[in-house]
Design a protein around this ligand. Structure first.
Ligand code: ATP
Length: 420
């Protein structure tokens, strides 16, 4: 096991576009690190640079204290688990797990010891004589991990391993990966575009946008203290509500009312003109079912046009008009996030005991201490508590991007990286 340090990593492909732009991430020994972001943000490229399948244009990749930029994939001793698990259908589970050891010429006795040790950890003992085709998706994944374990790899690298699975299996596999990683305590880097996987699996999460690291923090820090509009919109489901806001004194004016906000937040937003406010759906509630202990916050009345009741929770939708001045920023945010950003309706998470129904003029409570205020021109969260927002990347605007070296790992090297 080993720590992985990425220092000012840059990757430029042939056309000069920086797919990864000055990214620095320290993965601690035994840590579960998630690289997350929408399609094209550079997360797979970063993972492939760790494993050695992609050349690094500039910066240092340090694994277990050793700079590996010029090391071939097979010499990095990392185990990559792919979406399709890359198992050999004609080999038994035993031989699939044993494969890298056979390749390395390990004695039969040692192979047997290691395979049995791995299969016991992975609860595969009773399946050792079966072929992959007869196994469930979860069992196949464990075989793929077994193959990684017997190599005593320094780290596990996962590239969207669950994206082919249906939602139910995905949930099960997620729990299984989390459990195994905790049990094995092996350094893990996991790429996904799914914020739920990122939030549930990661010790820490690195959020990337167009090759640039936006924020590196624990799931809780990301959720409570997103540094900008992008992170705020990406993390959380359903997503944060965004709306125009102006601050006067200690009051914020929103489309559905004017509310007192904490002095500290108001002063950070002073003199900034029209802002974008962000409030998570769960920071609203039907005032009539409110727990009396929640005394902070304020209430307002709003027309609810749709209610979705899901059994354990419910969502109310309330239309509003966003000022045209912020609509373009929110449309751009939607393009960045690869999803539409609603700026015409408020999504309110209700307790399942709420009786609010469609057409009601409902009294809604809002936790005014949880109103984030963003600068519309830079996207910066003006109200963020920086001391609780994790490690923030340095400004990359003046970054001098070095030229690309044009050698990419050969297919043979790719195979070696996964099987040797
Ligand atoms: P996805 O989730 O769609 O796989 P990603 O976040 O993993 O996306 P990358 O595959 O790392 O993103 O790609 C990052 C950027 O680099 C994209 O703009 C992509 O078009 C570009 N890119 C990736 N591979 C190459 C390549 N071989 N040649 C040129 N550009 C590439």
């Amino acid at each position: 096991m080993a720590a992985i340090e990425m220092k000012n990593i840059v990757k430029q492909y042939g056309d000069g576009f920086p797919a990864v732009n000055d990214v620095s991430i320290d993965v601690e020994d035994g840590e579960f690190m998630i690289l997350v972001g929408p399609s094209g943000c550079g997360k797979s490229t970063l993972l492939r640079m760790i494993v050695g399948l992609e050349d690094i244009t500039s910066g240092d990749m340090v694994i277990g204290g050793k700079r590996v930029n010029d090391l071939a994939p097979r010499d990095r001793n990392l185990a990559m688990v792919f979406q399709n698990y890359a198992l050999y259908p004609h080999l038994t589970v035993y031989e699939n797990i044993a494969f890298p050891l056979r390749l390395a010429g390990v004695s039969n006795e040692e192979v047997d010891r290691k395979v049995r040790e791995a299969s016991s950890t992975l609860e595969l003992d009773e399946h050792l004589d079966r072929k992959p085709g007869n196994l469930s998706g979860g069992q196949r994944q464990r075989v793929a991990m077994g193959r990684a374990i017997v190599r005593d790899a320094q780290a596990f690298l996962f590239d969207e391993p669950l994206s082919n699975l249906d939602a139910k299996l995905r949930g099960q596999m997620r729990t299984e990966i989390a459990r195994l990683q905790r049990r094995l305590g092996i350094t893990t880097v996991y790429v996904t575009h799914d914020q739920t996987e990122a939030m549930t699996l990661g010790d820490r999460v690195a959020v990337l946008k167009r090759g640039v690291l936006q924020q590196l923090a624990t799931p809780r820090e990301l959720y409570t203290n997103p540094v900008n509009l992008f992170v705020a919109g990406f993390i959380g489901s359903p997503p944060m509500n965004f709306m125009p806001a102006t601050v006067e004194g200690t009051q914020v004016k929103l489309p559905f009312g004017t509310f007192a906000i904490p002095q500290e937040n108001a002063s950070k937003a002073k003199g900034k003109g029209l802002l974008i406010a962000g409030i998570r759906p769960e920071h609203f509630e039907d005032a009539s079912v409110m727990d009396s202990s929640k005394t902070q916050g304020a209430t307002f009345r709003t027309k609810v046009d749709v209610v979705e009741w899901l059994g354990n929770e419910a969502y109310a939708y309330s239309p509003f008009e966003a000022a045209p001045e912020v609509q373009e920023q929110l449309n751009q945010l939607g393009r960045d996030l690869d999803s539409e950003v609603m700026h015409t309706q408020l999504v309110i998470a209700l307790d399942s005991s709420s009786r609010v129904k469609e057409g009601d003029e409902a009294e809604i409570w809002v936790d005014t201490s949880q109103i984030h205020l963003f600068d519309p021109s830079t996207g910066e969260n003006l109200t963020v508590d920086r001391s609780a927002a994790g490690t923030l990347p340095e400004d990359t605007s003046t970054q001098d991007v070095a030229r690309q070296q044009d050698s990419i790992a050969t297919p043979g090297e790719q195979e070696a990286a996964t099987e040797a």
